[in-house]
Design a protein around this ligand. Structure first.
Ligand SMILES: *Cc1c(COP(=O)(O)O)cnc(C)c1O
Length: 354
């Protein structure tokens, strides 16, 4: 059924195994980040087979879908106080930076009779989430010590997300320093030092990860085989474990410039055109409602994407050697943005292939 995403589970398992091995050799446990595929259990199960130690997602709904899978679950996005109870119910561990929220989690944990673990997030300069100054940290720790149902199991940071800051020995060194400080204050060791996401992978390949960092949260590197600090391919991984397949619903010879006075397109922009003479053009039954404005990459490199609207994608087949006809399928590789959008679209059939 089209349009669909083909998910090649064997490729995904291979990618997971490669990254888990690379991390294991450096003394690092891997939490697989499942948000890009909306925590779909069949896909998560494959990643579990690949040897990761935790499953992590930014959304409680996705963690709930994966509740049958036997690994500890981590909630990545800072919890909402209004949903503290669900957080404790579906996440064994959550990332936190606000004392009020940790207090709410403590209350929820008491109510549910289920202690909750937290990883304290430190902002090392990327300016998304995390405690920024040591004063605040001291104040928070003083209070956290009194909370009976909360255990601090780790300290973490998130980089290269908002500010584009790249992890290095300097900022990760500060994370290790802070971990020591927290241990001294709490009087017990923090087990997990979570040194970031797929942007930390390049350190493993280049100079080696700073000793003491023992945990990473990996999404894009597992699903697409890319490290995200410099956008490089990770050796011996697949970048095509997920592919979009869309179907041709029209093929016609048409001019390359619209005929008539040009106003606005379906999204309110005034379009511009270059005269390339007559083109052999096709329409695919997929559109911006499915992948937004993110890039998709046709496997047939002779196809050029011309544009589209909410539910149509227009492509140029003029230079294709292959003879396409109506009803044929066109396959695309994906970027993180388009994969995320397509997996979220309810109009895209998710076709897991063993
Ligand atoms: C999404 C997310 C990750 C995973 O990022 P990738 O770049 O896909 O590896 C890790 N940590 C947090 C807190 C996240 O929100």
């Amino acid at each position: 059924m089209n349009p669909k995403i083909n998910v090649y589970l064997n490729k995904l398992q291979h990618n997971t195994e490669v990254l888990v091995k690379q991390c294991y050799d450096a003394g690092i446990d891997v939490a697989a980040v499942t948000k890009v595929f909306c925590g779909k259990p069949e896909i998560a199960e494959t990643i579990v087979k690949g040897g990761v130690k935790y499953l992590a997602d930014s959304r409680i709904e996705n963690l709930a879908k994966m509740k049958e899978l036997p690994l500890e679950k981590i909630l990545l996005r800072l919890p909402m106080i209004s949903r503290a109870k669900e957080t404790v119910q579906f996440a064994d561990i959550s990332l936190n930076s606000e004392l009020e929220t940790i207090e709410a989690l403590n209350d929820a944990a008491l109510e549910l009779g289920q202690p909750h673990k937290v990883i304290l997030m430190m902002d090392l300069g990327d300016l998304r989430e995390g405690i920024f100054d040591n004063e605040e940290l001291h104040r928070a720790l003083k209070r956290i010590k009194e909370l009976q149902n909360i255990k601090v199991v780790g300290i973490g940071t998130n980089l290269t997300c908002y500010g584009g800051v790249i992890p290095d020995d300097e900022n990760l060194g500060r994370l290790l320093e802070t971990a020591k400080l927290i241990e001294a204050e709490l009087g017990y060791p923090v087990e997990m030092i979570s040194g970031g996401n797929s942007s930390s992978i390049y350190l493993l390949e280049k100079q080696g990860m700073l000793k003491g960092i023992n945990h990473l949260r990996l999404g894009e590197s597992i699903v697409l085989g890319y490290e995200t600090a410099y956008g490089e391919r990770i050796p011996n991984t697949f970048d095509d474990a997920f592919q979009l397949v869309a179907e041709i619903i029209e093929i016609k010879e048409k001019p390359s410039i619209p005929i008539g006075t040009i106003g606005r397109d379906a999204f309110g922009n005034v379009p511009e055109f270059e005269d390339k003479g007559k083109q052999r053009r096709a329409i695919l039954a997929v559109g911006k409602q499915d992948f937004g404005t993110h890039s998709i990459i046709p496997l047939d490199t002779e196809i050029e994407i011309l544009g589209g609207s909410s539910d149509h994608l227009i492509i140029d087949l003029t230079h294709c050697r292959r003879e396409y006809k109506v009803g044929d399928e066109v396959t695309f590789n994906l970027t993180y943005g388009s994969l995320l959008a397509l997996m979220t679209s309810e109009y895209i059939y998710k076709n897991c292939i063993k």
